[in-house]
Write a new protein. Structure first.
Length: 272
């Protein structure tokens, strides 16, 4: 199942990059303080997550910059379009990685490891839930379960877990899409009857296209295995580093800063 998750659209493809082999100067908080900055890898055109277009930077980069500031660090971004390039960067972290059971095992091992030991990949505590929903246009009231889609076309990214699930149920899928925005445009235009997108992507789309006749199909779940808690993945780091970042996330959540960052991008109800 993890192999399908790594093929999800846009920035979700970078989840796998967090564990890609690399030549890296990435390291611990102590080393970041010596360098003077936190450097993250991000996709250049993946709003609401990240963007270098000059407008809103994306919630991942706003959060990353705020964490860096709280730690007394500067903030840098290395732009990557694919996980293959990640191995040639020096970035310290990826701002969104699926937090899986084996990651919790790694954290427990790090907590009791010698202070000098580094781990190839360590995750912070999750800061938001990534959920996937079925979105449709005006005819969404006619969709009561997945079987009602057997005579319709559902837009999904090619090779994604949603593609696999719907295909196995005999539901026709269109797979020429690479992002939530592409899928939602197709649904809004009536080219697709429905689409599977992240709730974060839907929130951003509705914020920028408030008149679009697209919304969640209530009561229909594609597959709970699509959903995951998102955390920050640090490379070649130690437990002290992720613990310090955990404490910052706790503060940003408690004072409402994290919620305000997400709301800027139309993301609601996703905090842990």
């Amino acid at each position: 199942m993890k192999c399908f998750r790594s093929l999800l659209p846009a920035v979700l493809s970078l989840i796998a990059a967090a564990s890609t082999p690399f030549q890296s100067l990435a390291g611990t908080l102590e080393e970041m303080r010596k360098a003077g900055y936190l450097e993250v890898c991000a996709a250049p055109d993946a709003l609401p997550s990240s963007s270098r277009a000059g407008g809103l930077p994306g919630f991942q980069l706003e959060l990353g910059e705020r964490i860096a500031r709280e730690l007394g660090l500067g903030f840098r971004v290395t732009w990557i379009k694919s996980k293959e390039y990640a191995g040639r960067t020096h970035c310290d972290a990826f701002m969104s990685a699926a937090s899986l059971p084996e990651d919790a095992d790694e954290r427990r091992a790090a907590e009791t490891a010698p202070a000098t030991r580094r781990f190839p990949r360590l995750l912070t505590r999750p800061y938001m839930d990534v959920r996937f929903v079925l979105a449709a246009g005006a005819a969404r009231s006619e969709i009561r379960d997945l079987d009602d889609l057997r005579t319709r076309h559902v837009a999904v990214p090619s090779g994604s877990w949603a593609h696999y699930v719907l295909n196995s149920r005999g539901i026709p899928v269109w797979v020429r899409f690479t992002s939530d925005a592409d899928i939602l445009d197709a649904v809004a235009a009536g080219e697709a009857d429905a689409g599977v997108v992240s709730l974060q992507g839907l929130g951003w789309y509705r914020k920028n296209s408030p008149g679009a006749p697209v919304d969640v199909v209530k009561g229909v779940t594609v597959d709970p295995a699509l959903d995951y808690p998102a955390a920050i993945a640090f490379r070649r780091s130690d437990f002290a580093t992720v613990k310090a970042v955990d404490e910052v996330i706790d503060r940003l959540e408690a004072d409402g800063s994290l919620g305000r960052i997400l709301e800027t991008y139309g993301i609601e109800g996703s905090m842990r």
